[in-house]
Design a protein around this ligand. Structure first.
Ligand code: MG
Ligand code: MG
Length: 618
């Protein structure tokens, strides 16, 4: 599949956009007219630069407000078109995008439009170029792809074809199945964009909120499959107007865009199954959902307070690694690695997560095919080799087998000071079968500009599915939270984007991440932790008064919750009990108990937690 990207998707100068698109591996680009108009280079220089970079220039866009006009306006439109066709000759571009008329169309007259498209086609043919007619969702008289195709078919001109843009079809709730009725060789251009489901006017939605395929709510693999069944042979291009992408790192955005197309190509190939596509669709190594979290690594300086939290929660110190300066703490299947390697901030933070997968080599190969940067790992010849890549937020993602072979590399050495006092602190209670402690979920703070990139990364690389996003109120603004999970809930990551005031160090909230462990009996667990001196996050009395009003809880349970600083929630399946520890550096811990299939995260309690953290009531 030939890949292309509109320069409007990217930030920076036209030259920077071309270089980033080439570096990310795109085959071609669409030149967005304002990018060329503002560029210091001549059209010939741009053509030369693209050739040097190995990029084809696939499309010149957009040309507007041409058809459905009175004769005098038509002559002006043809004059404008002639100038653009000459420019395209200098650029070496053979296709121009014509958007359906939004402003100057005065006549709702298909016969007239057909006639005027033919006139444009004759002029294009004279210049050796062609025109792709696109129905804008907000076009004055032509606003559906079916209508645009009817007009193109009636114009019956070799230089006039149509453009299929997923945004203009799906934003109106259009049915894309009709694409299969279009002749593939008359689809001159395909532009893809995904979008979150928003309730707003379609023009603003289009201009500000488009995202790359796999980052929004639409089924782009099914959409592309319709194009393949229509025998479309041309490039598949991304046209994504997005306020964030237009102001952030151009190279990252180009890589994110390419990842979305590689993911889309693979998913479309899977949908088509045995029915061959008219072009070769590259596939990725296939992976199943991860089946659990093998470990979470906390990195930073001065990690003793984190280890104190772990000790108070009943974790057992399992020793240091035989060649690296890292320590392992375990509580059944929950494993925390403590790594005293300086980080950027120096403050303790979640640095790595190990996911248990079927075949770590295959998962790593898939991640690399999706352009995930590999994490260099120093290891000795006889050690378990763990494959890792870096997620967009900087977290290292390790692919682990279920054998946990690496655990054997940790041992307590003679005189290890961390091991002192171990026996009286460790949780010696024997867990019942099926009720072992494990990592329930991990919350990762996301840079605001990488939320979409992070979502696509986790769905494409790890096969996690996004859940609806949610805004949580904090005293300093709304925190946007989106959970990514495996189908059975064994792996759950919450991606949080905090507003700037919350992220500012010293706000009391900071840039925090947290690890939640599940346990079979939260009240007993909390009592033991309190006995060991755990610092709990304090919860306001008002919270318990409100809880009592919302849920008809027995008085003794309410009293216990209040005494122990425990939080409570209920959904239509079951109940949820949880508590938080004090924050250390950029990380805090949570312990949860899910009763009868409760499937949430205590979201109604998150504002209470954020307010308590803000107040420093830890
Ligand atoms: Mg378009
Ligand atoms: Mg999945």
């Amino acid at each position: 599949m030939r890949t292309s990207i509109a320069t409007v998707c990217l930030s920076g100068t036209l030259e920077a956009k071309l270089r980033a698109a080439a570096a990310a591996g795109f085959d071609g680009v669409e030149i967005f007219e304002p990018d060329l108009v503002a560029a210091p280079q001549s059209p010939e220089q741009i053509r030369e630069l693209a050739a040097q970079l190995g990029l084809s220039l696939d499309l010149y866009q957009p040309f507007r407000d041409f058809e459905g006009v009175p004769q005098a306006d038509l002559e002006n439109g043809l004059r404008r078109a002639r100038a653009k066709f000459e420019l395209m000759g200098r650029l070496g571009i053979d296709t121009m995008l014509l958007c359906s008329n939004v402003g100057t169309a005065t006549l709702d007259d298909d016969d007239l439009v057909v006639e005027q498209l033919r006139r444009l086609g004759d002029l294009a043919a004279d210049h050796g170029v062609r025109v792709a007619y696109e129905a804008l969702a907000w076009g004055r008289y032509v606003s559906t792809y079916e209508h645009a195709w009817r007009l193109v078919r009636r114009a019956d001109h070799p230089a006039i074809g149509t453009c299929i843009d997923s945004f203009h079809i799906l934003s109106r709730g259009g049915d894309p199945r009709g694409i299969e009725d279009i002749r593939g060789d008359k689809i001159f251009v395909v532009q893809l964009a995904d979008a979150p489901l928003l309730s707003m006017d379609v023009l603003s939605w289009s201009r500000h909120h488009r995202v790359f395929p796999g980052q929004g709510a639409w089924d782009l693999p099914a959409f592309l499959a319709h194009l393949m069944r229509a025998d479309y042979l041309g490039p598949v291009s991304l046209e994504v107007f997005n306020d964030t992408f237009r102001q952030t790192d151009v190279e990252r955005t180009a890589l994110d865009a390419m990842r979305s197309l590689r993911w889309l190509e693979d998913r479309t190939a899977a949908l088509l199954g045995a029915n061959p596509a008219p072009v070769h669709l590259a596939t990725l190594p296939r992976v199943e959902d991860p089946t659990g979290v093998d470990f979470v690594e906390i990195r930073g300086e001065h990690l003793e307070p984190v280890e104190t939290l772990l000790r108070c929660l009943g974790f057992t110190y399992a020793g240091t690694h035989r060649t690296k300066d890292v320590r392992l703490w375990e509580l059944d299947e929950a494993r925390i690695i403590i790594n005293e390697t300086p980080t950027d901030s120096g403050r303790p933070a979640v640095a790595a997560i190990g996911f248990i997968v079927d075949d770590p080599q295959r998962s790593a190969a898939r991640a690399q095919a999706l352009g995930a940067p590999v994490v260099a790992r120093r290891s000795q010849a006889d050690e378990a080799v763990l494959q890792a890549v870096r997620a967009p937020d900087g977290t290292e993602v390790f692919f682990c087998s279920s054998s946990n072979a690496w655990i054997a590399e940790f041992a307590i050495k003679d005189g290890d000071p961390v091991a002192a006092g171990q026996t009286d602190a460790a949780d010696t209670s024997v867990p019942e079968a099926g009720s072992r402690h494990r990592v329930d979920h991990v919350n990762l703070d996301q840079p605001w500009q990488r939320q979409e990139e992070g979502l696509l990364f986790l769905s494409a690389v790890l096969s996690l599915d996004p859940q609806p996003s949610l805004d949580v109120a904090s005293p300093l603004g709304l925190v946007r939270s989106q959970v990514m999970r495996s189908h059975d809930g064994a792996v759950r990551l919450a991606l949080n984007v905090a507003p700037p005031m919350v992220r500012r160090a010293g706000s009391g909230l900071g840039q925090v991440q947290h690890i939640a462990f599940s346990c079979p009996d939260l009240i007993a667990f909390a009592r033991r932790a309190r006995t060991r001196g755990l610092k709990f996050l304090g919860v306001s009395d008002n919270y318990y008064d409100d809880l009592s009003a919302r849920f008809d809880l027995p008085a003794d349970l309410l009293g216990t919750l209040r005494d122990l600083d425990l939080l409570y929630d209920r959904d239509d399946r079951g109940e949820f009990l949880h508590f938080y520890t004090a924050t250390v550096g950029e990380v805090f811990l949570e312990v949860v108990q899910r009763i009868d299939g409760y499937d949430g995260y205590g979201a109604p309690n998150a504002p209470v937690r954020l307010a308590a953290q803000h107040a420093g009531r830890a």
